[in-house]
Design a protein around this ligand. Structure first.
Ligand code: FMN
Length: 402
């Protein structure tokens, strides 16, 4: 049966991914850090807002078409960078990139991906963004940025919320740390998922061997099971500062974004240091477990820098109505991480494409139900919230009848 019939929504795709992946790999996507509080609050934030539909507004020609950095978008959505997507499906990163291209939206390749950025650029059509984890040794970051520039990537996304290693206890329990090592517990887990072993691991073995972190600087590049100096995915880099970001601005010519902003003062700092955009994000609840939900951080940040920067947000988008609420609160576009990743884990490129089309279809339906035909019409007037403080300008603004 086709994936479109097997999954009606993102939660269905998550269930299918759960059935297909070894538990450790599924939890690597699904879970967060410590007690998963941030994941729960990311989702709960959408529930705080209700929509106030308008009626009889002729919504027969609805469109989510919009624009970002001077180029058209079929919908205001971007596939977020997710490391190790290539373990969820053979060539998973390529599958995600192709799905994004056919949906008419950008794909962001993670530094921690298993496919080289050159290969993505050669084989995936569409808009490509590269996500950078800065290294403590500047020359390593700059070499990677040069590779992305030479390969023709359109935009650079610098993730700044991972300078201190997150406490992902569940990955440690499951043995999902780098370098990956097989123990009694995960060996059984892997053995019970023979379809995944054959279609992913065996295929890699037959076509060049186990995948590597292809975009790590040459000095650190290694296989997933190979040794590393620190035993963690990223070397210690807690000494990074805005000066390091400013240096990137000097060498990157295209749009430059900072990912992982939750405080208005950091949004201002990003603008001051030459960013073109920011992504309001708590890394999908995978890093600081007590962090504010990005949706709740968004209005203050939009107030602060909305006229200077393109403000994107991510975290917990599982329904089209979530997308509509984020846009109504001032996001220019959203990023989606787990939704397409579950799709790719369930059915490769077709699954990722299905995830994106589910969200698009749901959002278009909700726009119609709210009486909105274009993305530009989505603003705070369609939102209701028990706490008036969470709705920007609600008290101050007089609501017009248009
Ligand atoms: C499995 C997984 C791996 C991720 N890897 C990265 C990464 O390498 N770089 C990065 O900036 N963000 C990474 N993220 C965070 C996403 O880019 C994004 O911020 C987050 O997934 C959004 O939340 P959502 O999954 O609820 O949509 C990862 C997220 C997941 C789920």
């Amino acid at each position: 049966m086709k994936i479109e019939q097997r999954a009606l929504n993102i939660a269905d795709l998550r269930q299918l991914a759960k059935g297909r992946l070894p538990r450790g790999f599924f939890e690597y996507i699904d879970r967060g850090s410590e007690d998963d509080d941030a994941i729960v609050s990311n989702r709960a934030a959408y529930g705080k807002y209700k929509l106030r539909p308008r009626v009889l507004k002729n919504v027969s020609t609805r469109s989510m078409g919009s624009e970002l950095f001077g180029k058209p978008l079929a919908m205001p959505m971007v596939v977020a960078p997710t490391g190790a997507a290539g373990l969820m499906w053979h060539q998973g990163e390529l599958a995600l990139a192709k799905a994004a291209a056919s949906a008419g939206i950008p794909f962001t390749l993670s530094t921690a991906s298993l496919t080289s950025l050159e290969r993505i650029a050669a084989q995936a059509p569409g808009r490509l963004w590269f996500q950078l984890y800065m290294w403590p040794d500047k020359s390593m970051s700059h070499q990677l940025v040069k590779r992305a520039q030479d390969a023709g990537f359109e935009a650079l996304v610098v993730t700044v919320d991972t300078v201190v290693a997150p406490n992902r206890e569940c990955n440690t329990r499951n043995g999902f740390t780098l370098p990956f090592s097989v123990n009694r517990r995960n060996a059984l887990d892997l053995a019970l998922h023979s379809r995944w072993l054959i279609t992913v691991v065996l295929r890699y073995m037959l076509t060049g061997g186990l995948p590597r972190l292809e975009n790590f600087p040459r000095e650190l590049e290694r296989s997933l099971t190979g040794g590393s100096a620190s035993g963690s995915a990223l070397p210690k880099n807690d000494s990074l500062s805005w000066d390091d970001f400013r240096d990137l601005r000097k060498i990157w010519q295209g749009p430059l974004m900072v990912k992982g902003i939750l405080h208005p003062k950091d949004a201002l700092a990003a603008a001051e240091h030459g960013a073109d955009g920011i992504i309001v994000s708590n890394h999908g609840g995978r890093n600081l477990d007590s962090s504010i939900a990005p949706l709740l951080a968004l209005p203050d940040i939009v107030d602060c820098v909305g006229s200077r920067l393109q403000v994107l947000m991510d975290g917990g988008i599982m329904r089209g109505s979530d997308l509509v609420k984020a846009l109504a609160l001032g996001a220019r576009a959203v990023m989606v991480g787990r939704a397409p990743l579950w799709g790719v884990a369930a059915a490769g490129q077709a699954g990722a494409a299905h995830a994106l089309s589910i969200l698009a279809r749901e959002a278009l339906r909700v726009m119609g139900q709210c009486g909105c035909s274009t993305v530009a019409e989505l603003d705070h007037e369609i939102l209701w919230c028990e706490s008036q403080a969470l709705v920007p300008d609600r008290r101050a603004r007089s609501i017009s009848l248009q």
